[in-house]
Design a protein around this ligand. Structure first.
Ligand SMILES: Nc1ncnc2c1ncn2[C@@H]1O[C@H](COP(=O)(O)OP(=O)(O)OP(=O)(O)O)[C@@H](O)[C@H]1O
Ligand SMILES: [Mg+2]
Length: 491
């Protein structure tokens, strides 16, 4: 049985039970009040029959009854009747006196309304003296007394003290079945609206969740589930969507890894195949006796040695990179004063700078020693790779290299800027990917390299919790920026 059906069932039963209980309660109440099992139909009549008049009206009625019993002749005295009527009028009541079949006094408050036709027949036993009557839309409760004006002639008379009731009571009396029907309809409508509300708030989101789960089962994770409500179901929908997003992200990541792996393999095989082919060619040359002079042999052997060394370097770099990638290369962070550290590295390359006619300048405005938290050996590798690149790619004099050290709130920034060929905007983010080499450097055999230098630098800097990026305008050189966390003295 679906939840939707269960809900419908429970709402319907609530409505039905309420209607039954309501009718039963009304029935029992009428019995309790009137003591009459059949009283339900004439509940209002009975109510007013029991208490038609207020206490004051009742007193006036009793006075009139007393006169009717002891000196009925007086009840033909219009002045006396008028006096009683006036007093009754003050409490919204009125008096009617009947003699045989004609009304001899009719209350002023009736404004000429003739009630003679609806007055009940004589009942000299006066067993039922309180009741209700209505003429058109007007509704009255009354107390009456039948008596003889003169027992000898048998001339009969009645006094009626009546009180006009609100037409509402009459309306209610007439419309009771309709009202009960209306209540039941309101109950039904409320039940229906509640059912709709609950369905919209619970069943529909659950339906959407089920459909989404099916989509996920079929491998579709691109949809989005949204819920504006903050209730439990809304939270469930939101959590479900977060789960979908996580799953989607992790699958995307997996695909990227897979892609990377494929590219890595193809790059490695390409970069290894080239030197191997060359080595093979030189070796074949030697075997086939092409190297007929000792000088030629020396050249061939030297070439083989260079290519083999290139390969060795490539394999070593690759090994190092994958160790960093797998977090297998532990970092040993120490407190390092940045400026002298960088100067020492540049000094190591002084001869190369000189040979290549590179002018090195420094910009440091530190206002005191600047300490960073770094792994000296790895950081040296980063700087070496950057300087090596500048040396490699600057191709026209004057060759200038500028190293800037800056201090910000929480970090140190190092900028290595050269005035070489620079790079297109679109290449700037790619140069940090492994094996990425700009086309000219890839094709020109003169500039050797594996495309791992900046990828390794990026791994190391990120391992330090810093970031690395490049800025350039073609023709005006390349600037590589990297940041390092400052060493915070905790003493
Ligand atoms: N200073 C620079 N000026 C111009 N281009 C550069 C500069 N530094 C790097 N590049 C470009 O970025 C590419 C990637 O550099 P990266 O250092 O990662 O590899 P590589 O120098 O080619 O090889 P490796 O450093 O592994 O020997 C280079 O091939 C080159 O095209
Ligand atoms: Mg390099």
């Amino acid at each position: 049985m679906s939840i939707r059906f269960r809900l419908l069932l429970s709402f319907t039963s609530v409505v039905v039970v309420s209607v039954i209980l309501f009718v039963l309660a009304a029935y029992l109440l009428s019995i309790a009040v009137t003591g009459d099992v059949r009283s339900f139909n004439s509940f209002y009549n009975i109510h007013y029959s029991l208490n038609p008049l207020s206490e004051e009206e009742e007193n006036l009625f009793l006075d009139l009854k007393y006169i009717a019993k002891n000196d009925p002749g007086q009840l033909k005295d219009q002045t006396l009747l008028q006096e009683f009527d006036t007093r009754l009028k003050m409490v919204q009541a009125g008096l009617i006196v009947r003699e045989d079949n004609s009304v001899i006094y009719s209350a002023a408050s009736l404004n000429g309304l003739d009630l003679s036709t609806i007055l009940p027949a004589y009942e000299m036993g006066n067993n039922s003296i309180r009741n209700t009557m209505n003429k058109g839309t007007r509704f009255f409760s009354y107390a009456k007394f039948d008596f003889y004006f003169s027992p000898e002639t048998g001339e009969r008379g009645s006094i009626y003290v009546f009180h006009e009731r609100s037409p509402f009571a009459q309306v209610v009396r007439q419309m009771l079945p309709l009202l009960i029907g209306l209540f039941a309809a309101i109950l039904l409508l409320t039940g229906w609206l509640l059912y709709r509300y609950v369905t919209r708030k619970i069943i529909q989101p659950l339906d959407r969740l089920r459909q989404s789960a099916e989509l996920i089962k079929d491998g579709d994770l691109t949809f989005q589930l949204q819920s504006s409500s903050r209730d439990e179901v809304g939270q469930l929908v939101q959590t479900f969507d977060q789960m979908r997003q996580k799953l989607y992200d992790s699958i995307q990541l997996q695909l990227r890894y897979e892609d990377n792996r494929k590219q890595l393999l193809s790059n490695i095989s390409h970069d290894l195949r080239t030197p191997i082919t060359t080595i093979k060619g030189y070796a074949e040359g030697i075997r086939d006796g092409v190297t007929n002079t000792p000088e030629k042999l020396d050249r061939y052997v030297a070439a083989i040695h260079t290519r083999a060394s290139d390969m060795e370097r490539l394999v070593q770099e690759l090994l190092y990179y994958s160790k960093l990638d797998l977090n297998k290369e532990p970092y040993s962070f120490i407190r390092l004063e940045l400026s002298p550290f960088l100067h020492r590295i540049a000094d190591e390359l002084a001869i190369e700078f000189e040979n290549n006619a590179v002018e090195v300048t420094w910009e440091e405005e530190l206002g005191g020693p600047l300490f960073v938290l770094a792994d000296a050996e790895k950081l040296k590798r980063v700087v070496m790779n950057l300087l090596d690149n500048s040396l490699k790619y600057m191709n026209q004099p004057p060759k200038r290299l500028n190293i800037t050290i800056q201090r910000t709130d929480k970090q140190a920034v190092v900028i290595v800027a050269d005035n070489g060929p620079g790079l297109e905007e679109s290449s700037l983010s790619q140069i940090f990917e492994r094996f990425y080499r700009e086309e000219p450097s890839r094709s020109q055999a003169i500039v050797s390299g594996s495309g791992l230098g900046l990828a390794i630098a990026k791994q190391i800097i990120e391992g330090h919790g810093g970031s690395i990026w490049a800025e350039s305008k073609p023709g005006s050189g390349l600037s590589v920026y990297f940041t390092l966390k400052l060493y915070e003295d905790r003493r």
